[in-house]
Each structure stands twice: as structure tokens, then as C-alpha cells.
Design a protein around this ligand. Structure first.
Ligand SMILES: Cc1ncc(COP(=O)(O)O)c(C=O)c1O
Ligand SMILES: N[C@@H](CCCC[NH3+])C(=O)O
Length: 388
């Protein structure tokens, strides 16, 4: 990913910054197209993973729709040229203003997460003189086998309506005459690296579909969400996730009804591997138990290690000396501001550049101004697109 010429260019730039390999993004999208879109599936890109406009423009060209979680994400998707007919809007706490944004654009689907939300949406749609297309987000109580903070489909999680609440849903639906029930939606979690949870999900989808059918509801679409994981420790061995295996699970294990569409919402698996956080070593500090490599990037630029104990590969870009063991840390006033502990890297010196890999998803977009840090910049493999 990092040719010598590129590293020379990096040396001239102020660090830290995000670097996006747009060619890798395009190759990843091509795999989604071949194994998903070309099979007739509707794939929505989860904008929350990275709302960077340069990436969105490329993603739009791939034929994907989007999954949004806020009014501003809907506005950004529309501004970038996504058709509202390809916008799904999920979120457990949609505000009235955000709902109005969705109504204004007549989006493909409001993925509703509670009975009260359905009533509020119905009221707002009535006021605006519209009918909203609604998918019911269900909580299938399926174990996603991922970090507990990014598990979303268990009874204890705040997302979706539990299957047990369906009788209540069926009883209020006939009164909500500004809603059109078009589908059901699921999303069981993120960074899912085994296929088993998806097999389990397929079983639950069939159970839920039958419950809707028993009540006379014909579903135009099933949305099974996203969550497909990436290889954080060996990004070069697996720069593009195995989308064939992913889509195949659903192709082979879901019984779609006549004319029923299958929708997906993929975030991390699309943009995760194309982004890296490039940082300079500020100091090398010998501790009593370990050597610290103190970087100029910290949890303010990439919070995943601090928040989920996530491990990102750290590559040295400028040193090829013999390896030494480091705790790679940031400059922020928190001990959790640690990227890696006890990692072997070519001996580092002040000024050396490192790449923190697989940072394209939930990296730049989760950056913060804590410690009054400057907003991080981005550069692209097509440098003409960079805001210098
Ligand atoms: C409703 C919904 N859909 C899709 C996604 C995308 O998830 P991922 O980036 O793990 O594919 C998320 C985030 O986990 C989500 O909350
Ligand atoms: N922000 C999380 C993923 C959350 C997905 C949103 N539902 C991460 O970095 O892994």
C-alpha cells in the first residue's frame, strides 16, 4: 500500500492525517458488486462508517444505496447524489426534525425501532400530508460474537423491537394510516468475523416473516443489515473481505417470497481497509517496564483501541532497523490513549513515520476535539482530491 514515492510525499506533510487508498476502495466495491449487487441484492453503504465526501462519491458510482442514522447523514447522502429511493434511515433516537428530513426527501424506508417511534412518525407524516414507508427493525436476540459494545441484536440491547412485542405492533398498525409497512429490518452487530451469527439470523428472519404473514402483512423487502468484519491484524493478507462467502449465506439460507427484495447495510467491510492513520513519532521514552513510542496521533484521531480495546496493526514507514518492543501511545491525557502494547517494530526514532492500519471505518468520523486538538486532515491516493 505504501510505495517509497508515497512515503516520500508523506514526509512533507503535517501529521497526523488520514490517508485513503481510493484504488483499494474501488476494488472492494467491485467485489460487492460482483457478489451482491449483480445477484440482485440491494446493498446500502452505512454512512456512519465514514461520511467523507470523496469516499461517498466513489461509493455512489458503484450502484450502492445508503443507510443513514441521522438527518445530517441523509442530507449529505442527497447532496452527494444518492437517490432518496435508496436511503434507509435507522436509529433508536430519531428526532422530529430528522424524521421531517426523511419525509421531505421521501426516503425509501424509515427503519423504526419502537412502537412509540411509529406513532410519532405517523403523526409527523400526517402533518406533512405524506405517507412514510416503514420497515420494522426487529431485535432477533442473536449473538453476534463480537465486542459487547458493538453487539446490537441481543435482548439486552436498545435496538429494535423484540419479537415478543409483535402482537402489540400488529394491534396498533391498522390505526397508523400515514405509514406503509414495506419491510422488516435487522442488524445484529459490527465486526462480525464468523458466519455462524448470520446463519442464526437467517433462521430468525424466517420465523419473523411467518408471524407477519400470519397477520396478512406482505413484506416487499427484508433488510438484514451489515456488520461484516475485516482482518485488523493482517490487512495486507486480506485487504478485501470475502464478500462471496458473506452473500452466499443469505442466498442459500433465506427463502425470499415472490418479488421480495433482499437488502444489506455494509459499512466497515467497504471502507475499513482503505484508510490508514499516518502519524509521526514525537518521543521515544524508556520506561521501567517498557519502551514507549509516543505518537502525534492519539485517541482523539482514532478512538477504537481506547473504546473497544481494538487492535490495529501499526507499520513503520521509515525505519528498517532491528526490531524493538514498544507500547505505542498517543499524546492525550488518558492512559487508555494506547494504540498497541508490547508490539515489535523496527527501532523507532523521533520523526519516524508510522501507519496505523485498517482505520477507514469509524476512524476519522469518530475523531474529537478533546484537549482542543485540531481537526484531522485527509489525503487520498489521488492527491488532486486532497484538501491541502
Ligand atoms: C443499523 C445499522 N446498519 C448497518 C451498520 C453497519 O455496520 P458495519 O459497519 O459493521 O457493517 C450499522 C453499524 O453497526 C448499523 O447500526
Ligand atoms: N464504532 C464501532 C462500530 C459501531 C457500529 C455502529 N453501529 C467500531 O468502531 O467498531
Amino acid at each position: 500500500m505504501f510505495e517509497p514515492g508515497l512515503i516520500e510525499k508523506f514526509k512533507e506533510l503535517k501529521t497526523p492525517f488520514y490517508y485513503y487508498d481510493l484504488e483499494l476502495l474501488k476494488r472492494t466495491l467491485q467485489e460487492v458488486k460482483v457478489h451482491g449487487i449483480d445477484k440482485g441484492f440491494h446493498v446500502h453503504y452505512a454512512v456512519k462508517a465514514n461520511f467523507n465526501v470523496e469516499l461517498l462519491k466513489i461509493i455512489r458510482q458503484s450502484g450502492m444505496g445508503v443507510d443513514c442514522v441521522s438527518g445530517p447523514e441523509i442530507e449529505r447522502a442527497v447532496e452527494t447524489g444518492f437517490s432518496p429511493s435508496q436511503i434507509a434511515f435507522a436509529g433508536v433516537g430519531k428526532t422530529d426534525d430528522e424524521i421531517r428530513t426523511g419525509l421531505k426527501h421521501n426516503i425509501f424506508s424509515f427503519n423504526c425501532e419502537s412502537l412509540q417511534e411509529l406513532e410519532v412518525l405517523n403523526g409527523l407524516a400526517e402533518k406533512e400530508g405524506r405517507t412514510a414507508s416503514v420497515s420494522i427493525r426487529l431485535n432477533p436476540n442473536v449473538e453476534a460474537k463480537t465486542h459487547r459494545y458493538i453487539t446490537t441484536g441481543l435482548n439486552e440491547n436498545k435496538f429494535g423491537i423484540t419479537i415478543e412485542k409483535l402482537p402489540m405492533l400488529f394491534s396498533i398498525l391498522p390505526e397508523l394510516d400515514h405509514l406503509k409497512l414495506t419491510g422488516i429490518h435487522f442488524h445484529i452487530g459490527s465486526q462480525i468475523t464468523e458466519l455462524k451469527p448470520y446463519y442464526d439470523l437467517c433462521e430468525k428472519v424466517e420465523i419473523v416473516q411467518r408471524l407477519f404473514e400470519k397477520e396478512g402483512h406482505k413484506l416487499q423487502h427484508i433488510n438484514v443489515g451489515g456488520g461484516y468484519g475485516i482482518n485488523y491484524l493482517e490487512p495486507d493478507a486480506e485487504p478485501i473481505p470475502d464478500f462471496k462467502a458473506f452473500f452466499q449465506v443469505f442466498e442459500e439460507n433465506l427463502t425470499l417470497r415472490k418479488n421480495q427484495q433482499l437488502h444489506f447495510e455494509l459499512g466497515r467491510s467497504v471502507v475499513g481497509q482503505c484508510g490508514s492513520l499516518i502519524s509521526r513519532v514525537l518521543y521515544i521514552k524508556e520506561g521501567l517496564e517498557t519502551n514507549f513510542a509516543v505518537l502525534d496521533a492519539g485517541m482523539t484521531e482514532l478512538i477504537r483501541p481506547a473504546l473497544y480495546q481494538a487492535m490495529h496493526r501499526v507499520d513503520s514507514l521509515t525505519s528498517n532497523m532491528s526490531p524493538k518492543m514498544y507500547d505505542v501511545v498517543g499524546p492525550i491525557c488518558e492512559s487508555s490513549d494506547t494504540f498497541r502494547q508490547g508490539v515489535w517494530l523496527p527501532e523507532l526514532r523521533r520523526g519516524d513515520l508510522v501507519a496505523i492500519r485498517s482505520a477507514g471505518a469509524y476512524g476519522e468520523v469518530m475523531s474529537s476535539g478533546f484537549n482542543l486538538r485540531e481537526r484531522i486532515r485527509s489525503y487520498y491516493s489521488d492527491f488532486a482530491k486532497s484538501t491541502l
